[in-house]
Design a protein around this ligand. Structure first.
Ligand SMILES: [Ca+2]
Ligand SMILES: [Ca+2]
Length: 268
């Protein structure tokens, strides 16, 4: 008898433990359901980054990867991703022929910047891993850029869509085959607007503007200010490029591309 009672108590205890755990996991307001505070209860930060399907042409690669470390023989901080262990690897091909076919990719975020004013963009930039091969494909300025899809809200034109594009300047040769220092897109290179917004503002593919100038011209008409739809790191359609980007800066946030996802680091 003693043995049987002991066994029953032991069984009851065994069954009770997982039940308590299950109840805690599904009860709203419990610590487990709240998790990291994003409400999905999975206990992990959800990020909204990924390939923007609408803006991707061909079958390019935009992959959260380990490294790159190197190139071989390079040592010190420029031989590893500037943040964490990994980065966003980008591979864009151009298929040569009488009519060359160039791929395009945008890896971005269609949620977190939506509706914010373009005038509020004060800090933009990234670190890039450039190779000698990429320079042979398209020159020293063959690099990925940063693109914001926006509603220009221009009184002169009814269009509700334009891309605000950063075109980086050529990287110094000291930054080839290794990680670059931070490239400040508000100071480096030029910016332009696609479509009717480019025509109205005069900041278009043929006459590009400084970052400060394109922001001023966008809101010079008064009325509703230009607002952001999406933000992305992108490449194409121009030259083949195989490299990586890390430490994307947009205002107070620094986006650390890692194999496990995009980590948001808040900085002063
Ligand atoms: Ca990283
Ligand atoms: Ca306006």
């Amino acid at each position: 008898m003693k043995t049987r009672i002991g066994m029953r108590r032991w069984l009851t205890a065994l069954l009770a433990v997982p039940l308590v755990a299950v109840i805690a996991a599904v009860t709203p307001g419990s610590a487990s359901a709240e998790g990291d505070g994003d409400g999905d209860g999975d206990g992990r930060n959800r990020d909204h980054w990924g390939v923007i399907t609408r803006n991707t042409i061909g079958s390019p690669v935009a992959d959260l990867r380990n490294g790159p470390f190197g190139s071989f023989g390079v040592t010190g901080p420029q031989a590893r991703p500037p943040y964490g262990q990994g980065s966003l690897g980008i591979h864009v091909a151009v298929i040569s022929g009488t009519t060359p076919f160039a791929e395009k990719v945008d890896f971005g975020n269609e949620v977190d910047f939506f509706g914010k004013p373009v005038s509020g963009l004060t800090r933009v930039g990234f670190h890039v891993f450039q190779t000698g091969e990429n320079i042979s494909y398209g020159g020293a300025a063959n690099l990925p850029g940063i693109r914001f899809e926006i509603d220009p809200n221009l009184a002169a034109n009814a269009t509700t869509y334009s891309s605000l594009v950063w075109v980086p300047a050529a990287l110094p040769s000291t930054s080839t085959n290794r990680w670059s220092p931070f490239i400040d897109a508000t100071q480096n290179g030029t910016w332009f607007l696609t479509g009717a917004a480019g025509t109205v503002t005069g900041c278009n593919l043929t006459t590009q503007c400084s970052f400060a100038d394109v922001k001023t011209r966008l809101d010079a008409d008064g009325g509703d200010p230009a607002t952001i739809y999406t933000a992305a790191v992108g490449k194409g359609r121009d030259f083949m490029w195989i490299g990586a980007v890390d430490g994307l800066r947009i205002n107070e946030n620094l986006y650390d591309f890692e194999p496990s996802g995009v980590r948001t680091r808040r900085t002063p």
